[in-house]
Write a protein that binds this ligand. Structure first.
Ligand code: DCS
Length: 481
């Protein structure tokens, strides 16, 4: 009997093969437990507002006015909204062709793309062209569009860090390409060794794969490391030698929790390197309104900037973007506000700085509390979260636990995370969802729970882990790295 197209048996195999752990088995079980009335701490997704972070006031005021433009005609509007929010709302409405209910250009509103270009220019000290900036529904959509343009068939390989954020592995499977892993060095603070890259590429080539692009996530998800300028130079040189497009995922650029390695964009490093590299290496950089102190995940705003991409290709990408007509217009305004926040002297400036600094400073403290909490457990080692929003401890699982997991038909880290969830309500993502070296186990948690709840969460983790170890521990089954 032949199947209909949407019967499971006849679905596109790429869809069935695609895995996305951030909303996988652990998340499903956590949702079930929540329905049964258990208190769940959702640390599986980097979704700050869902864990209580308050939105920044100024951007919400501006977008509220854009959504309800009749308020601008109300004589009392100045009693509720500050004058700079009112004038900004008028400014953004004037950039649209009919307000937030009208489609925009498929690349995004030209006026907002210009603001993004000005931001990039201020950040990097090099010119940026609005024509080479496309606004997207979150960074995810941009990554998918670009991978779609790159991957032709299963012989096309994309270098992806392992561990990685599964947007990359999932999209590559969906598009029928091949993921070429390069391993980050946990003992070297999740550093990127260019020799590993070379090895990965030559191994892939020996299997007939054409490696076409390389992904970096800086700061890293789930690993939290910030790439140094020297490392970025090596990467760009490598991409130049190997003729790879560099996909620079820089969505966590505002989330930095140490001072030794500030964020530096791939575009700036490339431009600093000068010709011929700065004119040759093809680079696409991604950013979002979902992260930083904005955390506006639900708004779905993002952009990508293209460097050294030929005009005919830009036209093709524009054509592909046009199929979806227009990115969210309200999210484009959030992006405009993110790249041009209130300036010193503006009415809303002080409040904006107070709110944004408050969030970042608290995240910095939370990163420390989490790392220290994990490292206080004798079978756990955890690199400090230098940036991004996650902690990614390695859990040394004893052989008895690995055995028990096998018997339960589970991957060992899934087994551990499920037990953690059942015992404490803490919902994490097993390291296997991001990729990890054979025989080592991790979990990922966000550093986003409210700061005042953090000590209790870490206490509860430690208590669970101690109990787990006394149940499954043996004297020789695990050791610290
Ligand atoms: N790139 C990285 C590295 C991310 O971590 C995320 C989201 C994205 C891109 C996409 O974000 P937007 O589409 O919202 O712009 N991170 C997910 C995560 O790991 N937890 O929460 C979401």
């Amino acid at each position: 009997m032949s199947h209909k197209a949407l019967d499971y048996e006849s679905l596109n195999e790429n869809v069935k093969n695609c895995q996305y752990a951030v909303r996988g088995e652990l998340y499903l079980r956590a949702s079930e437990l929540q329905k049964e009335g258990k208190k769940i701490i959702f640390t599986n997704v980097g979704n700050p507002h869902a864990l209580g972070q308050k939105p920044l006031t100024f951007p919400r005021q501006v977008v509220a006015l854009c959504q309800a433009p009749f308020l601008l005609d109300n004589p009392n509007v100045g009693m509720i909204f500050p004058a700079d929010a009112i004038s900004r709302a008028k400014h953004y409405l004037s950039l649209t062709s009919g307000g937030l209910g009208a489609y925009s250009d498929s690349r995004g509103l030209p006026g907002v793309r210009k603001e993004v270009a000005e931001f990039i220019q201020r950040r990097d000290g090099y010119p940026s062209d609005p024509e080479l900036i496309f606004l997207t529904d979150g960074a995810s959509k941009g990554v998918m569009q670009i991978l779609n343009c790159i991957i032709r068939d299963q012989k096309d390989g994309i270098l992806v860090p392992v561990p990685q954020y599964p947007l990359y592995s999932a999209t590559i499977s969906l598009l029928g390409g091949t993921l070429v892993p390069y391993y980050l060095e946990e003992t070297d603070n999740w550093g990127l060794d260019v020799n590993n890259l070379r090895q990965s590429v030559s191994q892939a080539r020996s299997q007939g794969i054409t490696v076409r692009a390389m992904v970096i996530i800086n700061p890293g998800n789930p690993t939290g490391q910030c790439l140094s300028e020297a490392n970025l130079r090596e990467i760009l040189k490598f991409c130049c030698d190997e003729r790879l497009v560099l996909l620079g995922d820089e969505v966590y650029q505002q989330n930095i929790y140490q001072d030794e390695r500030p964020f530096i964009s791939s575009k700036k490093v490339l431009m600093d390197m000068g010709a011929p590299l700065s004119k040759e290496v093809q680079l696409i950089s991604f950013h979002t309104v979902s992260k930083g102190y904005w955390g506006e995940c639900g708004q779905r705003g993002g952009y990508f900037e293209m460097t050294n991409i030929p005009p005919r290709t830009v036209e093709e990408i524009y054509k592909v973007a046009s199929i979806a007509l227009s990115p969210n217009v309200s999210a484009q305004i959030f992006m405009g506000l993110m790249v041009s926040p209130p300036k010193p002297g503006d009415i809303s400036y002080d409040q904006f700085v107070r709110e944004s600094k408050g969030i970042l400073e608290s995240l910095r403290r939370r990163a420390r509390i989490m790392t220290d909490g994990f490292n206080s457990c004798k079978n756990v080692v955890c690199n400090f979260t230098e940036g991004a929003m996650y902690s990614f401890p390695q859990i040394k699982l004893p052989s008895k636990a690995i055995q028990a997991a096998k018997q339960a038909g589970k991957v060992p880290d899934v087994f551990y995370c499920l037990k953690l969830l059942e015992a404490t309500g803490i919902s994490t993502v097993p390291g296997s969802g991001f990729g990890q070296k054979e025989g080592v186990f991790h979990l990922r948690t966000t550093i986003l729970p409210a700061e005042e709840e953090m000590p209790e969460i870490m206490e509860s983790f430690k208590k669970f882990n101690d109990e787990f170890m006394s149940q499954y521990g043996d004297s020789f089954g695990y050791s610290r790295m």
